[in-house]
Design a protein around this ligand. Structure first.
Ligand SMILES: Nc1nc2c(ncn2[C@@H]2O[C@H](COP(=O)(O)OP(=O)(O)OP(=O)(O)O)[C@@H](O)[C@H]2O)c(=O)[nH]1
Ligand SMILES: C[S@@+](CC[C@H](N)C(=O)[O-])C[C@H]1O[C@@H](n2cnc3c(N)ncnc32)[C@H](O)[C@@H]1O
Ligand code: SF4
Ligand code: SF4
Length: 713
């Protein structure tokens, strides 16, 4: 009933708007939990809204799988918050050059920010998360709500118009609704879309409040329409709860809430690929876009090409049933290629990250749960924005109490009693660092064949906390010194080209930096966090001093493998019958010599008094069995595993010597066999054992110890 009244009122307003008589939608009542006043975010005045389209007043039949039990459903929200779309006049009025900080060297303008708000999840999807879960970060490492709001406002002020909250599972963040309310306020600064990617499990409990806060789009991940299969794919129960959330979304949409709704379905061969047509069927009567996602490789998800169903294969399968499937024009920055079955109300799409990248029109940036900016989903480079923000609070998390006192400091400095806008400490430095990171963004990610071999963290940790342990974390100060024009070091003014930029002036108008707050010299507050010891605190490469270390006996063993494409070469080597001579004998000498020359080749290595080098070979002929790769192909020509053991009595380890020795021996084998086999591949180069020094003994497989061995400790 209430929804019918709201709908009727809404239609009247629509009609009035059409004749330019009435503003649309009055401001909606705020929930009492809103903390705007303490955050000093500008309150939103009444917002002009343009609904996407008049929604049908009658409810459509639901597909069986998502049909609600009408009695179980709560009434639709009486007051869903409408999407705000600026009028043409508003767009002209607000027109400004797009921020240079958010524009990369390929002229891609990044106006879409994805923020991971938690690393936790209530599911364990096969393709995303290892069964055992992921280690959780200490709470103090994660961004607080005020910090997320501050960073978001900085990005919005620079031109970001769309924010997507993701995770982990964003709905499990306890204060997710309050966070959304605060982000929703950024609409008055230019934010147009506030979206959520969710598994839907807990969504139904918070959805109404989210919509009222300004949520404009939901992408719900659902890979199967079968409850049993759901349990298999997510390793948890919960299908009914997801169903409840979907019901509620459709109900709100029917009540007029202008929510964009998409279903994300990762397709895995042999698991859910038989349901593709059922998902297409969902779009017959529903205003939903179902997007089929190509399965992507991440650490721990056991990806194989065989399990991935490509876009073209999915398309072929759908066209068998729906030969008239038609392409719908995509929007410029869409991740998906969109289609529609004529006559169907919804659409289908394909996210083709693996087979057809869409990097050329990429407009995305990510902030991880612990406050790192990540410019590419498949890139490792990250920079901590959190650490720059927290400098203003002596490295401590900025919670609401801290925010209030920081704000007081700002007010006192400005001699003002109140201010509009969100206080963003060190806004200038943040922008510099963001600009530098964006400028380093690569044109595209690696393709199939390379991507699956790249080190990447589990998907759940990509849209959430950084695994800085194995990643490159750019030290902001180092970057500033190497990239920004020299005068930036001492001058508080923007460098040429930015001084007159309206967006810069907008920035200083709305954001206050706190230049005189006490700053920590060390931006890396987590003393346990691994550091790259070959970089100074200003990011310059240097040789680590080992002057004060005591010599100890140290050994390192490294291995690699030369794979042959055909057994002929391998057998000639084994029989020592190659024209060029004794391959293994020459390779052994090459390895020993290379170990001794390592400091000449690797710039920051110390010269070490090596006491012993031993090079070994294991020749593996497929006829002996036991060396087939997972795909049964790679090693059909046989392989030689090279091992190099290097010892010394020294102050630093010899793993670089062992790696160099193994590489040189393998390259020598390659060199001597290449006349017979042009398809050899050298791979799997790694340290398998390291002993001595203060870290003791480390053996391959005990990954947690590896970080102790970064650098030459
Ligand atoms: N290659 C690539 N794929 C992405 C990126 N962001 C999202 N995806 C893919 O898109 C899938 C769905 O992501 P969503 O969270 O729904 O976000 P989205 O596709 O940006 O959503 P829209 O805003 O509706 O376009 C992910 O599982 C990825 O496969 C990205 O930055 N790069
Ligand atoms: C990491 S989840 C986070 C948000 C939320 N928990 C959810 O599941 O929607 C974001 C999206 O990544 C997708 N995803 C996760 N692992 C993937 C993989 N290996 N290949 C393709 N998409 C993946 C999920 O299906 C989901 O749509
Ligand atoms: S895809 Fe989403 S729901 Fe599934 S495990 Fe990953 S984060 Fe959780
Ligand atoms: S892989 Fe990187 S460049 Fe390509 S679309 Fe994704 S984020 Fe953008």
């Amino acid at each position: 009933m209430a929804s019918a009244i709201w709908r009727a009122a809404h239609c009247v307003r629509l009609a009035a708007r059409a004749s330019q008589q009435l503003p649309l939608s009055p401001p909606l009542p705020r929930s009492s939990s809103s903390s705007h006043s303490s955050l000093n975010i500008r309150r939103i005045a009444s917002v002009a809204v343009v609904p996407q389209a008049a929604q049908p007043a009658v409810s459509e039949p639901l597909p069986e799988i998502i049909r609600p039990q009408e009695d179980d459903l709560p009434a639709a929200s009486p007051n869903p918050r409408p999407v705000t779309t600026p009028s043409r006049m508003e767009r002209i009025r607000d027109a400004r050059p797009f921020s240079d900080f958010l524009t990369d060297t390929f002229h891609r303008q990044h106006d879409y920010l994805r923020i991971s708000v938690t690393e936790r999840c209530n599911l364990r999807c096969l393709y995303c998360m290892p069964e055992e879960g992921v280690p959780l970060s200490p709470q103090r490492n994660l961004l607080t709500t005020p910090e997320i709001v501050m960073l978001s406002s900085l990005f919005v002020e620079q031109g970001v118009t769309k924010i997507r909250l993701t995770g982990g599972e964003p709905t499990v963040r306890p204060d997710i609704v309050s966070l959304m309310q605060q982000l929703g306020s950024l609409r008055s600064h230019g934010l147009r879309e506030l979206c959520l990617t969710t598994n839907g499990l807990a969504l139904h409990r918070k959805l109404d409040a989210m919509v009222e806060s300004g949520l404009t789009g939901i992408n719900l991940s659902l890979d199967t329409l079968d409850p049993w299969q759901f349990q298999l794919m997510t390793r948890r129960n919960g299908f009914a709860a997801v169903q409840k959330s979907i019901d509620r979304i459709f109900q709100l949409k029917r009540a007029g809430a202008p929510l964009k709704f998409k279903i994300n379905c990762v397709v895995m061969r042999g698991l859910n690929d038989r349901e593709i047509l059922d998902f297409v069927e969902l779009t017959r009567n529903r205003d939903v876009e179902v997007r089929f996602i190509e399965y992507m490789p991440f650490d721990g998800n056991r990806w194989s090409q065989g399990k991935m169903v490509s876009y073209t294969e999915m398309l072929d399968r759908i066209r068998e049933r729906h030969p008239d499937l038609e392409r719908v024009p995509d929007r410029k920055n869409d991740t998906s290629k969109t289609y529609r079955v004529p006559g169907f109300k919804g659409k289908i799409g394909f996210i083709t990250s693996m087979t057809h990248n869409f990097c050329g029109t990429c407009n995305r940036l990510r902030i991880t749960c612990d406050g790192n900016l990540k410019v590419c989903l498949f890139g490792n480079a990250e920079v901590s924005l959190r650490d720059i923000l927290r400098k203003a609070n002596n490295g401590e998390p900025i919670d609401e109490a801290a925010l209030e006192s920081l704000q007081k400091v700002v007010m006192e400095q400005k001699g003002a009693s109140s201010s509009e806008g969100v206080v963003v400490p060190n806004a200038e430095e943040l922008l510099d660092v963001i600009g530098m990171a964006v400028k380093r963004k690569k044109p595209k990610h690696a393709g199939i064949g390379e991507l699956e071999h790249m080190k990447n963290r589990p998907m759940i940790l990509i849209d959430s906390p950084s695994q800085a342990r194995s990643q490159t974390t750019w030290h902001p100060i180092g970057l500033t010194s190497s990239w920004a024009p020299a005068h930036r070091q001492s001058s508080p003014l923007p460098w040429p080209g930015r001084a007159t930029s309206p967006s810069y002036h907008r920035q200083v108008r709305f954001f206050s930096s706190i230049p005189h707050c006490r700053q920590s010299d060390n931006t890396n507050d987590d003393l346990n966090a691994p550091r790259l010891t070959h970089l100074t605190t200003t990011g310059e490469a240097h040789m680590v001093s080992i002057s004060d270390k005591q010599p100890t006996k140290r050994t390192a063993v490294a291995k690699c493998v030369v794979c042959f494409s055909d057994v002929t070469a391998l057998r000639l080597v084994r029989a020592n019958a190659l024209k060029k001579g004794d391959v293994l004998g020459v390779a052994r000498i090459a390895g020993i010599m290379a170990a001794k020359r390592t400091p000449d080749l690797i710039p920051l290595c110390h010269p070490i008094m090596i006491t012993h080098v031993e090079i070994g070979f294991e020749v593996r002929d497929p006829a002996d069995g036991g060396i087939e790769g997972e795909d049964g192909k790679r090693n059909k020509g046989g392989e030689i595993e090279v091992s190099a053991a290097v010892s010394c009595d020294g102050k630093t380890g010899v793993e670089m010597e062992a790696l160099t020795a193994a590489s040189a021996a393998a390259l020598t084998i390659y060199d001597m066999c290449k006349a017979v086999d042009k398809g050899m591949v050298i791979g799997d180069l790694r340290v398998v054992l390291k002993e001595g020094g203060k870290s003791g003994r480390w053996v391959e497989g005990q990954k947690e110890d590896l970080r102790k061995h970064e650098g030459r400790s």
